[in-house]
Design a protein around this ligand. Structure first.
Ligand SMILES: NC(=O)C1=CN([C@@H]2O[C@H](COP(=O)(O)OP(=O)(O)OC[C@H]3O[C@@H](n4cnc5c(N)ncnc54)[C@H](O)[C@@H]3O)[C@@H](O)[C@H]2O)C=CC1
Ligand SMILES: N/C(=C\C=C\C(=O)O)C(=O)O
Length: 487
């Protein structure tokens, strides 16, 4: 292929084999804006081959014991852990995030995902009741669904792909996964470890390509009864439309417009660094990131001053820079989308206290075409502004004052999303009271992103349908039956 001599060429992984594709998509290094990889531009034909492989592998894999499947998942976790550095380097180059974050969050969590579900699959229980007067015993039984369709996004590529693959295969399903075309490399690297881990051919199949082309072929395939999706609401709507005629099980993990609520009795020494991190981690490209900060009026000025100071220390740098807190955004279109929100805020008369259009960003010459943006803090903005209502999914956060608990709960709940929130106060009664009233699926109090994988993860309202976690993912990736035995 012309001009591809130095490029990383990915291939689909189907039936335990790497298969070339008829055409390819350019994939960019976000820190330089240069094409460095070619991703298969798969379509219906590739999905058909993957379905055949997944169908063929299902009887053998689903009949393995949970213990046997757990052994395979643990071996895969070990192999991933042994390749941590290589995977971290690849993830950072592919997604634009700092190498430090890939090393300390993305890849370790990918390892944990396999170990966690290898353990949890051994501990599920079912239900049983007795009708002695009728001589009947009733019990429930869970069995794997079949071929699971998994579609994952570009912000936490391996972390979220494995968060779906692990529970799906632990429960005995076979899978066809489609990572984002923007970040396909670590999924491709995962495929290289499957055989050595003892994953039989056809159990895990990965088809690369765009959403509309290969994603829709997967979503609308009649032999794929289940779709687990993480990404944007518009795409979730499309997936819902396409899957409806087939009555498929859907898990939709979507976006957020997550509030941080900071009361006057908050510990600002802890709250400020944590809220800088929750606003700008991974370039603000995490569905759980804070993008609305409500500060009680009595401490608003002090908070704002210290928060802007701390934000200016959140260093934007090339991803390999160990001192960088933030790398490049995922793509040029996404960078322009995020920048457009700051422009709209400025046009509405809001104040941009730091970042985009205020401070200077200096980068080495070879990175000046990269998709970099400074962490940006907006104030004097109305709740009705698009910056306070819509998911920006970038390093932009808005800070506004509030007076009362009742007021801030109403304002925090006044958006379409309901995914995550943080509440900062030293009054434990208030913490519980506010958490109960917030329309969010996840509420962290006096902390952020401490993850308990055993408990439900997900949001309400336009943040999605369904939950993920030990029991929630098991329930999603299995069908339940109630069996009655008359004796
Ligand atoms: N909540 C979250 O975790 C994420 C939210 N987003 C939001 O979505 C916006 C757009 O980002 P995208 O990467 O375009 O998200 P997206 O939702 O379009 O992509 C997510 C995944 O869905 C696939 N996909 C896209 N269209 C599809 C279709 N018609 N059928 C089947 N699969 C399809 C993509 O190829 C990718 O694998 C972002 O600016 C951000 O606001 C993006 C990524 C993650
Ligand atoms: N779904 C997302 C993050 C999940 C984090 C976790 O499970 O710990 C996202 O950013 O889209």
């Amino acid at each position: 292929m012309a001009g591809t001599k130095d490029l990383l060429m990915l291939e689909n992984f189907i039936g335990g084999q790497f298969l070339p594709c008829h055409s390819y998509i350019d994939s960019y290094d976000p820190s330089t804006g240069e094409v460095y990889c070619k991703v298969p531009n798969s379509g219906k034909d590739e999905v058909e081959v993957a379905v055949e492989a997944a169908r063929g592998a299902f009887p053998g894999w689903s009949s393995q014991s949970p213990e046997k499947r757990a052994q395979v998942l643990n071996r895969l976790a070990d192999l991933l852990e042994q390749s941590l550095e290589e995977l971290a380097q690849a993830e950072s180059k592919d997604q634009g995030k700092t190498l430090t974050l890939a090393r300390t969050m993305d890849i370790p969590r990918s390892v944990q995902n396999f170990r966690f579900f290898a353990s949890s699959i051994l501990h599920h229980t079912t239900e049983c009741t007795h009708m002695d007067h009728l001589g009947c015993l009733h019990y429930t039984l869970r069995t794997p669904v079949g071929i699971a369709g998994l579609i994952s996004p570009w912000n936490l590529p391996l972390y979220l792909l494995t968060w779906k693959i692990a529970p799906a295969i632990a429960a005995g399903n076979t899978v066809i996964a489609k990572p984002s075309e923007l970040t396909s490399v670590t999924a491709w690297m995962l495929c290289k470890l499957l055989d050595k881990a003892g994953v039989p051919p056809g159990v895990v199949n990965i088809v690369f390509g765009t959403g509309p082309r290969v994603g829709e072929a997967l979503v609308s395939h009649p032999e794929v009864p289940l779709i687990s999706f993480t990404g944007s609401q518009p795409t979730a709507e499309r997936i819902t439309q396409l899957s409806a005629p087939h009555c498929k099980k859907l898990s939709l993990e979507l976006g957020g417009k997550n509030p941080a609520i900071i009361f006057e009795d908050a510990n600002l020494e802890e709250c400020i660094p944590a809220t800088v991190r929750s606003s700008f981690a991974n370039q603000g490209e995490i569905c759980l990131c804070t993008s609305r900060i409500f500060v009680q009026k009595s401490i608003y000025c002090e908070f704002l001053k210290r928060f802007v100071e701390a934000t200016r220390k959140w260093k934007v740098g090339i991803p390999s820079d160990p001192s960088a807190s933030m790398g490049a955004l995922i793509s040029k279109p996404h960078l322009e989308k995020v920048r457009s929100y700051v422009k709209k805020a400025r046009a509405e008369g809001a104040q941009i206290l730091c970042g985009e259009g205020v401070d200077m960003l200096s980068l080495p010459p070879k990175n000046q075409a990269g998709y970099f943006m400074l962490p940006t803090v907006i104030t004097d903005i109305k709740d009705e502004s698009c910056c306070m209502k819509e998911e920006i999914f970038g390093p932009v956060t808005c800070v506004v004052p509030f007076e009362s608990e009742e007021e801030v709960i109403k304002r925090a709940n006044s958006v379409e999303y309901g995914l995550a929130a943080t509440v900062w106060s030293s009054n434990v009664g208030r913490i519980h009271r506010v958490a109960k009233k917030l329309q969010s699926g996840l509420i962290w109090t006096n902390c952020w992103l401490i993850r308990e994988l055993n408990l439900p993860f997900g949001g309400m309202k336009h943040s999605g349908i369904g939950r993920e976690g030990a029991k929630d993912s098991y329930d999603f990736f299995t069908e339940i039956k109630t069996i009655t035995v008359k004796h």
